[in-house]
Ligand binder design. Structure first.
Ligand code: BJ8
Length: 424
């Protein structure tokens, strides 16, 4: 890494020793998991480059933005509306943690019986290891699961943390509450950035984010083809990068990838043979660099054809946000109506998620479903029970898994995944 980057990290207060250790570990892992794959689309070269620059180029862009008076917002949930941040001239970056590296640091403060996603992210802040976290002017939390809710109170002691009150049901009254929360959020973002969000600016930002959503939706549509034109690992990486790359560049590059995949589909080419077992992943999000589950599945010769997850189709639920022309209140209502179609397990009831999974099994021609929940994630662990019942009733093979980011867990999960795929 260049001297310029080192100076930038030092200015951000990064713990250089630990950060060096983290960056030193990444290339070998990436080589083993990603670059060793066969028949990758050429357009994946862009995403490989983004990973090679993971704490470099994009962080520099954020710092340049801040040097011009711009603000950076760290987020943890697809319910935090990127459109509103962009409309005020801000940049949103997803900060969910997917590395075991920072978990022991978090456990110095947080209880151990908390999901790895929260501990990983919190540990990155506590250990001053993540430049995105360091660059954020404001963290946006949300009242989804209890683990996150209570962690925001502690995180606020380290970095200003604003919390959006997401209801846990979706009645008309809950919808009104969420619309009012979006309005409150507009006020907060305007205060932090010093910029007013006009209907025109919000419309432009919504169009930009709609473009990103459309490119990702195109990618998922192409994955329905047989043979699968892209591995589950590569598709997951694209989604993970969507949370922090520049939206316009990401959209452009992802459409280029889709052009290549379209040509592959037309030519009948794929990453795996047409008779490879097709697996639908369902469950908790898989933040970067948590690649274990698709890596284990695809090492067997099977292919992950879709993820029913917030690093998958839940991110795209509700499709494109409509842009009503009669003012900001209607625009916020349209954002809320699109968002409330994301079937997070934090909602009750949440039958639509189960219907989604059953529909996806058909649409993606999945041979089986692997439902994975992070340990101590009560919403997904518990909802997994009903998902399993519904799939068994429909005659769809299903494997219920639970685990964390550690190597030991990967060994245990490998045995179970291999045994399951053998039965298909
Ligand atoms: S909309 S899934 S991104 S909350 S794994 S922290 S639920 S204990 S991440 Fe999520 Fe928004 Fe829902 Fe999606 Fe809690 Fe479970 Fe941990 Fe989780």
């Amino acid at each position: 890494m260049s001297e310029e980057y080192r100076a930038m990290w030092e200015a951000l207060g990064i713990n250089m020793k630990r950060h060096d250790a983290l960056l030193a570990a990444l290339p070998a892992i990436y080589q083993q998991v990603y670059l060793s794959q066969q028949r990758r689309p050429q357009a994946m070269g862009f995403y490989d480059f983004v990973v090679s620059e993971i704490h470099g180029l994009r962080v520099k862009e954020l710092m340049d933005h801040k040097a011009k008076g711009g603000k950076v917002f760290g987020t943890f949930c697809v319910y935090v509306p990127e459109e509103i941040i962009v409309a005020a001239g801000g940049i949103a970056v997803g900060l969910c943690g997917g590395a075991d590296f920072s978990v022991p640091t978090a456990e110095q403060i947080l209880p151990r019986n908390l999901c790895a996603l929260i501990k990983s992210a919190f540990g990155f802040k506590l250990g001053a290891i993540c430049p995105y976290f360091q660059a954020a002017d404001l963290i946006i939390g949300e009242t989804t699961c209890d683990g996150k809710k209570k962690t925001w109170e502690i995180l606020d002691e380290y970095v200003p943390t604003y919390v959006m009150d997401l209801p846990n049901s979706r009645t008309p009254a809950d919808r009104m509450l969420w619309i009012s929360e979006l309005k409150r959020f507009v006020g907060e973002v305007e205060k932090v950035t010093g910029n007013t969000i006009t209907p025109e600016k919000l419309a432009d930002a919504t169009t930009l984010i709609n473009g990103k959503r459309a490119a990702l939706a195109r990618l998922f549509e192409l994955r329905k083809a047989r043979p699968a034109p892209i591995s589950g690992l590569d598709a997951l990486l694209v989604v993970q990068i969507s949370f922090y790359d520049d939206p316009a560049r990401f959209t452009h590059k992802t459409n280029e990838l889709c052009d290549e995949l379209e040509a592959r589909v037309k030519a009948g080419q794929g990453v795996a043979p047409a008779d490879a077992k097709r697996i639908l992943y369902a469950g908790t999000p898989m933040p970067i660099p948590f690649w274990t589950i698709p890596a284990l599945i695809e090492a067997t010769g099977a292919v992950v054809v879709a993820e029913e997850s917030c690093t998958g189709t839940r991110l795209l639920a509700g499709g494109q946000t409509t842009i009503p022309g009669d003012g900001i209140d209607s625009q916020l209502a349209a954002i809320a109506d699109r968002q409330l179609q994301t079937n997070c397990a934090c909602f009750t009831p949440n039958d639509a998620r189960i219907e989604d999974i059953l529909r996806m099994v058909q649409e993606y021609e999945a041979d089986g479903v692997i439902h994975f929940s992070l340990s101590f994630c009560q919403p997904y662990n518990l909802e997994g029970v009903r998902v399993q019942q519904a799939l068994q009733k429909a005659g769809v093979p299903v494997l219920l898994l639970e685990g964390d980011y550690t190597e030991e867990q990967a060994g245990r999960l490998k045995t179970r995944i291999e045994a399951f795929i053998e039965t298909l």
